[in-house]
Design a protein around this ligand. Structure first.
Ligand SMILES: Cc1cc2nc3c(=O)[nH]c(=O)nc-3n(C[C@H](O)[C@H](O)[C@H](O)COP(=O)(O)OP(=O)(O)OC[C@H]3O[C@@H](n4cnc5c(N)ncnc54)[C@H](O)[C@@H]3O)c2cc1C
Length: 415
C-alpha cells in the first residue's frame, strides 16, 4: 500500500467522508486517503427516532465501502499516534503513513467511566441511551408502566445537545398514547442553566415542558448511578432550580442528592478518543485545538480538525459539519496552491432538530453567539417560523434530512 498521501483523513464518519467527497469533486487529481477501521457508517441523527420506534435502526447503517468516494484510498486501520513534526500517523496495526495535509475527524467516544457505576449500568435493565443502543430505549419505554421517568445528561460536552430532550418529548407522547402517562412522573435533570441557549427556542421549549407537565431541574451534575437501587446521584450547582414540580423521591446524602428512578434515559459523558487526548493536538480541555473560523490547527498549519472531536465553542452536530467541510476543503486547496487561507470563515453554525412529539418539531439553527439563524430555504417548504412546532419540520427530520445525508452530503454535494 502507498504510504504517502497529499491529504490524509482520520475518520470516515460524517466529517471524514464529506471532506473526502467534496475535495475529490473539486480536485479529482488530489491524492486522498482515509484511515477508518469500521466496516459500517451510521446516520446517528435518526437514532432519536429509533428510540421511539418510528425509524428502523438498520436503515441508519450503510457499509463504509459504499461511502468511500471513488479514487480515495481506504486504509482500514486504527490511527494511534500522530506525529506532526514528521507529518506522519502510525496505526495500531503498526503501519506508518505520511501526509502533506492532515484532516483529523475521529468523532468522540462515550466515557461512562467518568460517572461512578455507569459503566456497569449502561444499556441494562431500565437504564437506556439513544447514544449507545436506541433499540434498548424502545424496549425500556414499552416495559415502563409507572413511577419516575428520569431524563438526564452529563457535565461534559455531548454530541447533539438536544438529543436527551428529544427522546423525552417522544416518550411523553408515547406514554400518553398508550394510557400510561397518568401513572408516570417525568423529570429532566440537567447541569445547564437553561433548557436551550437560543432565546427563541428556549421560549417554545418551556411552553412544551409546561404543557407536558415535565419537571425541569437545572444545576444537577450527574456523579453516580446506582443501578441496583435505581438512584441517579448528583452534586448541586449554585444555580440549581426547579420548574413544574412533581412527586419524585429525593434522597439526601451529604452534598449529594439522589433521584430514585423507575427508568432512566441518559447521554453518557463524552470525550475525544484517547489517541487524540494523548496527542499534542489538544488544548487543555482535551479537544483538538483549531481556529474557530478557519478550522486550521492552532500550532500545526498543515493540520485541520473538524466534527465532534474539534474544540469548537458550538454544538457538536452533523449540521455543523455540513458548514465546516467547505471551509476545510477550500483552505487546504488554497494552501496546496501556495495561497493564503480563505476569507470565508466558519461562523459556528449548528442546528438541532428538536422533535417535541410524534409529528412535531422545532428547528434550532444558531451560530457561535446563539443568534437564531433559520435557513431561508425553509420558506420553500412553507415553514415561516421554525422556532415554533410544525409537522412539516417533522417531515424534514424523518424523510428529507436522511435523504439529503445519504444522497447529497455524503457525495460532497453542498445542500
Ligand atoms: C442520538 C444522537 C442524535 C443525534 N442527532 C443529530 C441531529 O439531529 N442532527 C445532527 O446534525 N447531528 C445529530 N447527531 C450528531 C451527529 O451524528 C454527529 O455530530 C456527527 O456524526 C459527528 O461526525 P464526526 O465525523 O465528527 O464523527 P462520527 O460520525 O462519529 O465518525 C467518527 C469516525 O471516526 C472513526 N474513528 C474513531 N477512532 C478512530 C481512529 N483511532 N482511527 C481512525 N478512525 C477512527 C469512527 O470509526 C467513525 O467512523 C446525533 C448524534 C446522536 C448520537
Amino acid at each position: 500500500m502507498q504510504n504517502h498521501h497529499t491529504v490524509l483523513i482520520i475518520g470516515g464518519g460524517t466529517a471524514g467522508i464529506m471532506v473526502a467527497s467534496l475535495m475529490k469533486r473539486k480536485d479529482p487529481q488530489i491524492g486522498i486517503a482515509i484511515i477508518e477501521p469500521s466496516d459500517d457508517h451510521y446516520y446517528q441523527a435518526a437514532w432519536t427516532l429509533v428510540g421511539a420506534n418510528t425509524y428502523d435502526y438498520d436503515k441508519t447503517r450503510r457499509s463504509m465501502r459504499s461511502l468511500i468516494p471513488d479514487g480515495v484510498t481506504w486504509i482500514q486501520e486504527y490511527a494511534d499516534k500522530i506525529d506532526p513534526q514528521n507529518k506522519s500517523v502510525r496505526t495500531r496495526e503498526g503501519n506508518k503513513f505520511t501526509y502533506e495535509y492532515l484532516v483529523v475527524a475521529p468523532g468522540l467516544v462515550m466515557a461512562p467511566e467518568l460517572v461512578d457505576g455507569l459503566t456497569e449500568a449502561m444499556d441494562k435493565g431500565m437504564v437506556c441511551s439513544n447514544y449507545t443502543d436506541p433499540n434498548h430505549t424502545w424496549e425500556v419505554l414499552q416495559k415502563f408502566q409507572q413511577g419516575t421517568a428520569l431524563f438526564t445528561q452529563p457535565t461534559t460536552p455531548i454530541k447533539c445537545g438536544g438529543a436527551p430532550q428529544k427522546i423525552m418529548y417522544l416518550a411523553d407522547d408515547y406514554f400518553r398514547k398508550s394510557g400510561k402517562r397518568k401513572n408516570i412522573d417525568m423529570v429532566f435533570a440537567t447541569p445547564g442553566t437553561v433548557i436551550f441557549g437560543v432565546p427563541e427556542i428556549k421560549k417554545t421549549l418551556l411552553e412544551v415542558n409546561d404543557r407536558k407537565n415535565i419537571n425541569l431541574r437545572f444545576g444537577y451534575n450527574l456523579v453516580g448511578v446506582d443501578a441496583k437501587e435505581q438512584i441517579a446521584w448528583y452534586t448541586m450547582a449554585e444555580h440549581q432550580r426547579e420548574r413544574n414540580p412533581v412527586k419524585v423521591e429525593i434522597i439526601n446524602d451529604g452534598d449529594r442528592k439522589g433521584i430514585r428512578y423507575g427508568m432512566m434515559h441518559l447521554a453518557p459523558p463524552q470525550a475525544a478518543p484517547k489517541f487524540i487526548r494523548d496527542s499534542t493536538l489538544v488544548h487543555e480541555d482535551k479537544w483538538i485545538s483549531v481556529d474557530s473560523g478557519t478550522l486550521q490547527h492552532t500550532r500545526y498549519p498543515n493540520i485541520f480538525g473538524l466534527g465532534d472531536a474539534a474544540g469548537l465553542p458550538t454544538a457538536k452536530t452533523g449540521a455543523a459539519i455540513r458548514k465546516q467541510v467547505p471551509i476545510v476543503v477550500e483552505n487546504i486547496r488554497r494552501l496546496l496552491k501556495a495561497q493564503a487561507l480563505s476569507d470565508n470563515k466558519y461562523n459556528g453554525y449548528s442546528s438541532c432538530p428538536l422533535v417535541t412529539g410524534y409529528g412535531k418539531m422545532v428547528l434550532a439553527e444558531f451560530d457561535y453567539d446563539n443568534n437564531f439563524t433559520p435557513d431561508p430555504k425553509l420558506k420553500q417548504m412553507l415553514i415561516f417560523d421554525s422556532s415554533k412546532e410544525h409537522w412539516r419540520l417533522w417531515m424534514l427530520k424523518k424523510y428529507i434530512l436522511p435523504y439529503l445525508y445519504w444522497n447529497k452530503m455524503m457525495k460532497g454535494i453542498e445542500v
